[in-house]
Design a protein around this ligand. Structure first.
Ligand code: NAD
Length: 498
């Protein structure tokens, strides 16, 4: 079977690459190379950015209601093609089909929110700020904006950015992950089919060279990034140095605090989904359970160990497994390396995902791994592993649990399980983290709130979607109006309100 070579997307159609550099796209369930992805060079980047620039002004000049009509149609088409899109995601990412449909749904919720853009973009008006003078503010699009996205949500994270960016009247250059580019290309096709003007939603495929071209290009007004922390920091610093507006979400190490009064059956269910769903390749996955008291920890580890051993690991498009493979062989080996490091550092390995029958090949599978008696100094607690590995840390008190969460350099999501309203409220108020769940293990904000972490999980002050998305993709203009009759003479002093 010949392996296809993918393209960029510009001018409302797929665009063959100028560059001859490529990277392999895998089916992680078999390990086979299913496509070659072109990695953009400067010529590709120029073509795609110029194409966006040629479309931005006319799109921004259309009424907000008119743009919303295209977004409505785009949403309908995405839903009509939901199964096909989910299959593209599962085939290249490895997450199970139901999970792929779920991520599309969560992304489309941002599009639904953005359909309200005529209301969301409304400015302010003050009648008579001084004698015969009115003042109003309006929000205008930026022009061409770049969206740089990670492998783990090839539909949802691009839609976090595309929804508000397009609704507010910008043209977008999306630089998706090299690992799973087929879903973003399909979304661009559906946008065109929905009536999105050519050039408003472009895809530039590539690696660092493509990202660097976007970060330095004077046409690009703003950069939205989601990915790992070292790259988020680099994108934040580089884009800012080039005078761009930038938001950059990074990695995570999400803790779930379990107090002794928690319902352990509920905690076990919640942790299984939060730690092992999507093979742990979620920025909101729980990778550390901080358990207060040895008795609670003993009981929880016993329940979890049975369930982790019984995880159904399988081909993501066949049947309904709990967990599919890891995205690439390199990532699978990296996770296995952390499991080895955890053993060496003295943690108790309760379930070893490396010994799962599926992990013997073919494909990039690993079973679920459970560690007990992990300490904060160990690399498996310090680093983001981004795989199906759950670490149990034992502490003596709720205060010690809070201190452990706060001492970590990441602050994306955190959860607490308890039956005490007072303890939960106190924790939610004090914890240094951007998103908090109370008896909710994965507290991902809905589209009408905004998504973002604290500390090294996010750089710059705008979150993703919600009103923050509208603010990020627009700039405010404030207009002062006066319709005087006759002349009142020159004034050489600062005008003051009268
Ligand atoms: P990644 O940082 O490797 O890649 C993200 C993007 O950056 C990709 O488009 C990639 O092509 C590009 N990139 C990679 N290396 C680069 C370099 N040296 N210079 C410039 N650009 C580069 O991340 P990933 O492995 O695709 O995704 C997983 C990571 O994303 C995890 O750390 C996860 O926590 C994080 N993530 C965070 C959030 C959030 O909202 N905080 C959401 C999803 C994923």
């Amino acid at each position: 079977m010949t392996v296809p070579t993918l393209t960029h997307f510009a001018g409302g159609q797929r665009l063959a690459a100028h560059s001859t550099r490529t990277s392999p796209v895998y089916d992680p369930a078999t390990g086979a190379v299913t496509a070659h992805l072109p990695l953009a060079d400067a010529v590709d980047a120029r073509r795609v950015i110029d194409d966006a620039a040629s479309a931005a002004q006319a799109w921004g000049a259309r009424s907000a209601s008119d743009r919303a009509q295209v977004l409505f149609k785009f949403r309908e088409l995405c839903l009509a093609h939901r199964d096909g899109i989910a299959r593209l995601i599962s085939n290249e990412h490895g997450k199970v089909l139901a999970d792929a449909r779920g991520e599309l749904q969560r992304g489309l919720e941002v599009v639904e929110f953005a359909c309200g853009i005529p209301h969301l973009m409304k400015g302010e008006f003050s009648d008579g700020v001084s004698r015969g003078i009115d003042m109003h503010s309006l929000r205008q699009p930026l022009g061409v904006v770049a969206a740089i996205t990670p492998f783990n949500f090839p539909a949802m994270v691009p839609l976090w950015m595309l929804g508000p960016a397009l609704a507010t009247g910008n043209a977008v250059v999306l630089k998706p992950s090299e690992r799973d580019p087929s879903c973003p290309l399909r979304l661009a096709e559906l946008w065109t089919e929905a009536g999105g003007p050519p050039g408003t939603f472009n895809v530039l495929n590539g690696d660092k060279e493509a990202v660097d071209a976007l970060l330095a290009d004077p046409v690009v007004q703003a950069v939205s990034f989601v990915g790992s922390t070292p790259i988020a920091r680099y994108v934040h610093e580089t884009a800012a140095r080039h005078g761009k507006r930038v938001q950059a979400m990074g990695g995570a190490k999400n803790h779930c605090v379990v107090l002794p009064d928690a319902d352990l059956a509920q905690v076990t269910d919640a942790l299984m989904g939060a730690a092992y769903g999507s093979a742990g390749e979620r920025c909101m996955a729980i990778s550390v359970a901080v358990v207060v008291g040895d008795a609670t920890a003993d009981a929880l580890v016993e329940r979890l160990s049975e369930r982790v051993r019984a995880l159904d690991v399988g081909v993501p498009t066949e049947g309904n497994p709990d967990m599919g493979p890891i995205v690439t062989g390199a990532q699978r080996d990296r996770i296995a390396g952390y499991i080895a490091a955890g053993v060496k550092e003295g943690a108790a390995l309760v379930v070893d995902g490396r010994t799962h029958p599926r992990a013997q090949g073919p494909g990039f599978f690993l079973g679920g791994t459970l560690f007990d008696r992990v300490t904060s100094a160990m690399s498996i607690h310090q680093d983001e592993i981004f795989g199906p590995v759950l670490c149990v840390v034992r502490v003596a008190s709720a205060d010690e649990a809070l201190a452990l969460c706060d001492a970590h350099r990441y602050g994306n999501g955190v959860a607490i399980f308890t039956r005490s309203g007072g303890a939960a409220r106190d924790f939610a108020h004090r914890v240094q983290c951007g998103m908090v769940g109370i008896n909710v293990a994965i507290p991902v904000p809905l589209a009408f709130y905004s998504f973002g972490g604290w500390k090294e999980s996010a750089f710059a002050d705008h979150n993703q979607h919600g009103m923050d998305g509208v603010r990020f993709y627009t700039r405010v203009k404030t207009v002062t109006t006066r319709w005087p009759e006759g002349t009142s003479g020159a004034s050489f002093t600062m005008p003051v309100l009268r």
